[in-house]
Design a protein around this ligand. Structure first.
Ligand code: SAM
Length: 199
């Protein structure tokens, strides 16, 4: 956490989560127990994109401890929007809610506990910004649920396109060739797909 525009409370929580994530990776903590969060530059990338697109309706798939959620929420607070973040693991849900509260962002964020697929199938409200960061084998199936929810001009960002290039090859091909998306893979962090929903 180096940049200066993030307020003190949130900066403290982001720095703590960065330290924990780095320590867990170094110690080889089991995958299901680790935070597995985005890199700080990707956190900032999400923040910039929400601000630049003036997105008010932000949806995140894969909350973990709330690190990327906090970056999204800081931007959503500025756009007078809100973030709905989906998480299956009750332990992570509790942690994320605590972290979001400690960052002073509870009013902006709703962490929804449960299966993202069930939520997405039932959701009718369109989204202006979607961040996808759950299990890689599910990305292709998520794509079919996300695209209809995106408003024209809405953005989709998906993590791990480069770190999991093999696992995500079919997803990448489908997203890049999708008739309702214009998409590119940006080589920051672990590789971010950035797509806009075309009219
Ligand atoms: C890579 S981590 C998310 C990291 C987070 N975006 C960050 O940067 O701080 C992926 C998370 O997705 C959650 N997840 C996996 N499958 C899910 C599903 N079907 N529904 C909801 N959450 C799911 C996992 O429990 C895990 O916490």
């Amino acid at each position: 956490m180096t940049e200066h525009t993030i307020d003190g409370q949130a900066a403290t929580v982001l720095a703590r989560l960065e330290e924990r994530d780095a320590r867990e990776r170094e110690q080889g903590v089991a995958r299901a127990l680790r935070l597995r969060q985005v890199t700080p530059d990707v956190g900032r990338f999400l923040h910039v994109l929400v601000l630049a697109s003036h997105a008010r309706s932000v949806l995140e798939i894969g909350t973990s401890g709330g690190y990327s959620t906090i970056w999204l929420a800081l931007a959503a607070r500025a756009t007078r929007g809100s973030v709905v973040s989906l998480e299956l693991d009750p332990v992570k849900v509790r942690l994320a809610r605590e972290d979001v509260a400690a960052a002073g962002l509870s009013e902006v964020v709703e962490v929804v506990e449960g299966d993202a697929f069930a939520y997405l199938r039932d959701r009718r409200q369109p989204a202006q910004f979607v961040f996808l960061d759950a299990e890689k084998e599910d990305y292709l199936a998520y794509l079919d649920l996300i695209v209809p929810l995106l408003v024209p001009g809405g953005l989709l960002v998906a993590d791990n396109l480069l770190s999991h290039a093999g696992d995500l090859a079919a997803f990448r091909a489908r997203a890049l060739a999708h008739p309702r998306l214009s998409a590119v893979v940006v080589p920051i962090g672990r590789g971010e797909l950035l797509a806009v929903r075309t009219a």
